[in-house]
Design a protein around this ligand. Structure first.
Ligand SMILES: NC(=O)c1ccc[n+]([C@@H]2O[C@H](COP(=O)([O-])OP(=O)(O)OC[C@H]3O[C@@H](n4cnc5c(N)ncnc54)[C@H](OP(=O)(O)O)[C@@H]3O)[C@@H](O)[C@H]2O)c1
Length: 272
């Protein structure tokens, strides 16, 4: 596994697993929690150590259970969770703090590696208020790093200007067709790691066909081409799969180099 150094000196694996439908009935985001850890156990067996969850996914307990079942030391994992931007969770500083404490309890962990604001709140001032509470958890050693998700340049700029602890990362939707190149550049220019979600799920059929064609000389799949491309552009990726075979493919992306021409072609598969 390769790692990136964050602006606080800590490291993050460049590839992890999404989990938003894991441990749920019918692999459905809104499905009942089954506490079945089979997808996560297979991901862990294949070498995934970064695990991306969120309060909204309702499966933090499933993640905690899988980590314990693995018998691998907690320190080898990089666990991300997120607090929703909705009123119920962030209306007061006390509710922010109690939900972060609940995350720690539900994961059954002494600390969380990375905690994100899942979606921006209504105003920059609101974001900063929630941020201050997250900063206090870093000061207490209960969260190692803090970041954001779905923030635009303006929201990030405000936070950078006023925060005591700079966000280490911004997680947002990015895939060929909607790379969000200017946001990626903005993050990099400010030493904030861009992390892509839905690298695979949102691809349209035409773009997928082009990637399948492009992948042939490399003897790799379209999904491997995307993940390799994104990692080499400096992004962290968190593909999710319920299939062991797909999980295997998605982590087997470090043994080939795309040509400059192909990198350019993928970069131009863009409509933003
Ligand atoms: N911050 C946010 O607001 C936000 C929003 C959405 C998601 N996320 C996070 O990002 C993670 C990833 O997003 P996502 O789960 O929506 O989408 P994704 O990882 O881009 O794609 C998942 C879909 O792609 C399929 N897939 C995976 N690997 C494949 C492969 N090698 N070949 C063919 N198909 C493959 C999966 O089907 P199979 O199961 O059949 O393989 C599944 O249907 C989430 O799980 C969540 O942790 C964050």
């Amino acid at each position: 596994m390769k790692y990136l150094r964050m602006n606080n000196g800590l490291t993050i694996p460049v590839l992890g697993t999404g989990t938003n439908t894991f441990g749920k009935e019918n692999n459905d985001f809104n499905g009942k929690i089954t506490y079945n850890t089979k997808e996560l156990r297979s991901a862990i067996e294949l070498g995934y150590r970064l695990i991306d969850t969120a309060i909204m996914y309702r499966n933090e307990a499933v993640i905690g259970k899988a980590v314990k079942e693995s018998n691998i030391d907690r320190s080898e994992f990089f666990i991300t969770s997120k607090i929703p931007g909705e009123k119920e969770f962030v209306e007061t500083n006390e509710s922010v703090a109690s939900h972060v404490e609940q995350s720690l309890k539900t994961l059954d962990m002494d600390y969380i590696d990375l905690y994100l604001i899942h979606f921006p709140l209504e105003t920059n001032e609101d974001n900063l208020r929630v941020w201050r509470v997250l900063e206090s958890f870093v000061d207490r050693g209960l969260i190692k790093s803090i970041g954001v998700s779905n923030f635009n340049e303006d929201q990030l700029s405000y936070l950078i200007k006023h925060a005591n602890i700079k966000p280490v990362l911004n997680q947002f939707q990015s895939y060929p067709g909607k790379h969000q190149l200017s946001l990626i550049d903005f993050c990099k220019a400010n030493d904030i790691i861009p992390e892509a979600y839905q690298s695979l799920a949102k691809l349209d059929a035409k773009t997928k066909d082009k990637l399948i064609e492009l992948s042939k000389p490399y003897k790799k799949s379209w999904s491997q081409i995307i993940l390799n491309y994104q990692i080499n552009q400096g992004l962290v990726v968190i593909p999710k799969s319920h299939s062991k075979q797909h999980q295997f493919l998605n982590i087997d992306v470090f043994d080939f180099t795309l040509t400059n021409k192909d990198i350019k072609t993928i970069k131009n598969m863009n409509c933003d």
